[in-house]
Design a protein around this ligand. Structure first.
Ligand SMILES: [Zn+2]
Length: 168
């Protein structure tokens, strides 16, 4: 009797923890993703991808440009929660890159955007490129291309930062 009660409590706790993890990521990342989808009149995700325990909904649609064009630098893709926005079909490397951002969103939840901006600011203060030397981008690049390729602050590093479109 007591053990059944205990097992019930553990079950309830696990359910709350699962819900908490989902809510942590959903606010604000997934919510922003859904709002962008709605605002850009995108009907839904184009495909679902997974790597390990991480899954993402790819939103590859020309209308995503309506959102991506507002970025301060030219970008090919952006991750909001577990949604990845792009104007066209993403390459496998870019999917790997963005999946790392999905993991970062899942880990940091509402703290992700402030932490990302803080990392860009820290890079600027060290006179490094605010995008390519951003620690979240370095981690994503490493995930997509391996550890030794593309030192963060090199020209090649900037180029290899897959969702950044280099100037022609
Ligand atoms: Zn990135």
């Amino acid at each position: 009797m007591f053990f059944r009660y205990l097992a019930g409590l553990v079950d309830a706790w696990l359910a709350v923890a699962r819900f908490g993890r989902t809510a942590w990521r959903a606010l604000p990342g997934d919510l922003m993703g859904l709002l962008v989808m709605r605002a850009c009149a995108i009907p839904g995700i184009s495909r679902e991808v997974a790597s390990g325990s991480t899954s993402a909904g790819l939103v590859e649609h020309p209308n995503a440009g309506r959102y991506l064009d507002h970025a301060s630098i030219p970008i090919r893709a952006q991750t909001l929660g577990h949604y990845v926005f792009a104007r066209e079909r993403l390459s496998p490397e870019l999917v790997e890159h963005e999946l790392e951002h999905v993991r970062q969103w899942a880990r940091l939840g509402p703290l992700f955007l402030p932490a990302y901006l803080a990392s860009s600011l820290a890079a600027l203060m060290r006179r490094r490129h605010p995008y390519s030397a951003n620690r979240f981008e370095v981690a994503a690049r490493r995930r997509a291309y391996g550890p030794i390729d593309a030192p963060a602050n090199s020209e090649r590093g900037i180029e290899r930062a897959a969702h950044f479109i280099p100037k022609p």
